[in-house]
Structures are given as structure tokens and as C-alpha cells.
Design a protein around this ligand. Structure first.
Ligand SMILES: NC(=O)c1ccc[n+]([C@@H]2O[C@H](COP(=O)([O-])OP(=O)(O)OC[C@H]3O[C@@H](n4cnc5c(N)ncnc54)[C@H](OP(=O)(O)O)[C@@H]3O)[C@@H](O)[C@H]2O)c1
Ligand SMILES: [Zn+2]
Ligand SMILES: [Zn+2]
Length: 348
């Protein structure tokens, strides 16, 4: 099916209208008319080939929320008219150890990311949510709690699950001191979740203008990471720090805040390799870890938790043709706190 989309054709060309083909739904597929798509910093890294493996044209977007318009004959989870969501994964092998454990994001048998992944149905590469519709296997499609505002719920599909998964894995909760670094799309959800899970929550930001928002979003304390004296007060005291920063920064300065056997978890992906001094992990016996989005079951758990606790993202709704300007603002850390594309603007 011919489908309208926005694509980058090279690392230096702005995103612009581009036609793509979507498959007709097969037995287990749902066709989704996309209402909203969140704008993740990964979209920008991909559009500009900052990680070195983008295939062009690339249609970014993996925070997809919309309405089901068609279902395959074997579909049981959805019916036409339901709200449905798609995150960063549209398929995986379903047979490897990771898939069997519900950790499809680490599939060793050939998982398929929502964009810039190998499209096993159509050939070529998969295309993401900066488009009018998408066709996805129902097993990789999520249910959206009815009480959440759909636009504000869409970034849960990446920004939400990427912070939820490490918080749950490292057991953020009462009695734990948890740091979130960077108040952007991921960071603001990290703050909301760490607080909701009962952890003592500390936000680290480089932006003085975000201090009040950090507190409003749920942080017990906000620390300006540029203030060495303020940082020193938290030395060796954190059970867990989640680092969402998208650009070069000092890992050692953050590691110094981790307590014995505590964990520093990287989720941000600066394009350049970051350095770390061996002493930062040696003394006092610290863990440096990373985490990639979350599994499908875990994503549904997170969405259900958000429904029960009325948690969604703080968003700024934009038109599709404002995407290039939104990227420029994202690079200036000027996002409050996630851009979401109103996909009606693409169809108009
Ligand atoms: N691991 C995964 O599965 C996964 C999933 C999604 C995204 N990501 C990656 O996570 C990163 C963050 O994504 P996002 O969408 O949350 O981005 P974002 O909205 O642009 O937020 C990033 C934040 O990092 C801080 N920051 C930016 N440059 C900095 C610098 N030079 N030094 C210190 N802090 C800086 C800023 O917060 P302050 O103004 O508060 O300092 C900024 O708002 C990206 O690299 C993205 O690709 C990873
Ligand atoms: Zn993302
Ligand atoms: Zn697998």
C-alpha cells in the first residue's frame, strides 16, 4: 500500500515528504492508522547517521500510537477501532533464549527494529512512525490504557520503557537512592518512574532553567551537574544512576557518586566513545552497565502501571513539517520534555 511518510535521504538532508510501501496485513498483523508519534533523540542520531549504520532513506519514529483500521484473520488481541501502540521492535525470532525470557530487544536470532531494521516481509529496510500508517504483527503491538491522553502516552513506547526497564531490573524502590542524569525525553520519565516506584530520586541536569521542573516532575532533589561542590555532597551514595545523556560528558564525575556495589547504567548513546578511569569502578567496587529499551511483556507492564497511576509524558505537540526545527531544539536541550508529532498534519 502506498503510504505517506517523512524521510531523510542522507546525513545532511533535512527530513522531507517521501512515499513508502506498507504490506497488506497478513493473518497475524494489525494495520494501525498513526495518530501520534513521539520524537526520540535516537531518531536524530539515525537521521544524521551519527552511529554510522543508517541505511537511507530512513523514516524514523518508534513511539507510535494509533487506531486499528484492519486486522488479519488470525488476530485475537485487537479489533478495528482499538487504540494500539508500537515501540522500537516489530519482530524477533521468538526462539532464542532472550526471546523465551521476554527480552526480545536482545534477540540473538535476528530481531527487527521498527526502522532501519531488515524488513522480512517487504525486503529492504523497515520504516518507522513518521508515516500515516504501519502494519505490525499483533505480538509486537501494545494495548494502551484508555484513561491516558493518547498523545502524551506515545513516548512511553521508547522514553518510558527505556527508563522503566533498568529501574525495575536494578530494583529501584523504597530505601534506594536513584539518580537520573539529563532532563530530556528519557530523563523526565526516569524521574517520574523512580519517584512512583518509591526511590529517593535525584535529578542531575546541566540546565539551571530545569531545576523547578525537575522537582515538579517528582525529583526529591535536583543537582546542577556543573556545580562541583553540589556534586561532591552526593559522593559514593547512589544505589543506581541512569545516564540518559546524548552527547559527550564525564562518566567519571557520575561514577564518583555510586556507592559500594551500586550501578551506573548507560542508556544514552553519545556518538563518540566516552572515557572512564579504571579507578572509577575499582574503588569502591562499582558496576558500570547498560540497558536497551525493554521486552514486549515488560512494555505492556509499564503501560498498565502508567494507566493505574495516571502517568504519561509532558509533551509539546508539533506538526510533521516542524520536525527539522524540533531536531535543532533537541540539540540545544530545549525540549519540554518530548516532542510528539500530530500525524493528522501529515494526512491533511
Ligand atoms: N538505550 C536505549 O535503549 C535508548 C532508547 C532511547 C534513547 N536512547 C538514547 O538516549 C539518549 C537520550 O535520548 P532522549 O530522547 O531522552 O534525548 P533528549 O530529550 O535530547 O535528552 C537528552 C538530555 O541530555 C542532557 N544533555 C544533552 N547534552 C548534554 C551534554 N553535553 N552534557 C550533559 N548533559 C547533556 C540534556 O538534559 P539537561 O538539560 O537536563 O542537562 C538533554 O535534555 C540519546 O542518546 C538516545 O539515542 C537510548
Ligand atoms: Zn527511542
Ligand atoms: Zn530471539
Amino acid at each position: 500500500m502506498p503510504t505517506r511518510a517523512y524521510a531523510a535521504q542522507s546525513p545532511t538532508t533535512p527530513l522531507a515528504p517521501h512515499g513508502i510501501e506498507r504490506r497488506n496485513p497478513t493473518a497475524h498483523d494489525v494495520e494501525i492508522d498513526i495518530l501520534f508519534c513521539g520524537v526520540c533523540h535516537s531518531d536524530l542520531h539515525f537521521a544524521r547517521n551519527e552511529w554510522g549504520f543508517t541505511q537511507y532513506p530512513v523514516v524514523p519514529g518508534h513511539e507510535i500510537l494509533g487506531r486499528v483500521t484492519r486486522v488479519g484473520t488470525g488476530v485475537t488481541k485487537f479489533k478495528v477501532g482499538d487504540l494500539a501502540a508500537v515501540g522500537c521492535l516489530v519482530d524477533s525470532c521468538r526462539a532464542c533464549d532472550c526471546c523465551k525470557k521476554g527480552l526480545e530487544q536482545y534477540c540473538t536470532g535476528g530481531g527487527t527494529f521498527t526502522y532501519n531494521g531488515e524488513d522480512k516481509h517487504m525486503g529492504g529496510m523497515t520504516y518507522g512512525g513518521y508515516s500515516e500508517k504501519v502494519v505490525v504483527d499483533e505480538s509486537y503491538t501494545l494495548k494502551v490504557p484508555a484513561n491516558l491522553d493518547p498523545a502524551a502516552a506515545s513516548p512511553l513506547l521508547c522514553a518510558g520503557i527505556t527508563t522503566w526497564s533498568p529501574l525495575k531490573h536494578w530494583k529501584a524502590g523504597p530505601g534506594k537512592k536513584v539518580g537520573i542524569v539529563g532532563l530530556g525525553g528519557l530523563g523526565h520519565m526516569g524521574v517520574k518512574f523512580a519517584r512512583a516506584l518509591g526511590a529517593h530520586t535525584v535529578l542531575f541536569t546541566t540546565s539551571p532553567s530545569k531545576v523547578a521542573d525537575g522537582l515538579r516532575l517528582g525529583a526529591h532533589e535536583v543537582v546542577l551537574s556543573t556545580d562541583e561542590a553540589a556534586m561532591a555532597k552526593h559522593a559514593a551514595s547512589f544505589d543506581l544512576i541512569i545516564d540518559t545523556v546524548s552527547a559527550d560528558h564525564s562518566i567519571d564525575a557520575l561514577m564518583a557518586l555510586i556507592r559500594l556495589d551500586g550501578t551506573m547504567c548507560m542508556v544514552g548513546v553519545p556518538p563518540n566513545p566516552q572515557q572512564i578511569a579504571a579507578f572509577s569502578v575499582i574503588l569502591p567496587r562499582r558496576n558500570l552497565a547498560g540497558s536497551c529499551i525493554g521486552g514486549i511483556g515488560e512494555t505492556q507492564e509499564m503501560l498498565d502501571f502508567c494507566g493505574k497511576n495516571n502517568i504519561a509524558c509532558d509533551i509539546e505537540l508539533i506538526r510533521m513539517d516542524e520536525i527539522n526545527h524540533a531536531y535543532e531544539r533537541m540539540l540545544k536541550s530545549d525540549v519540554k520534555y518530548r516532542f510528539v508529532i500530530d500525524m493528522a498534519s501529515l494526512k491533511a
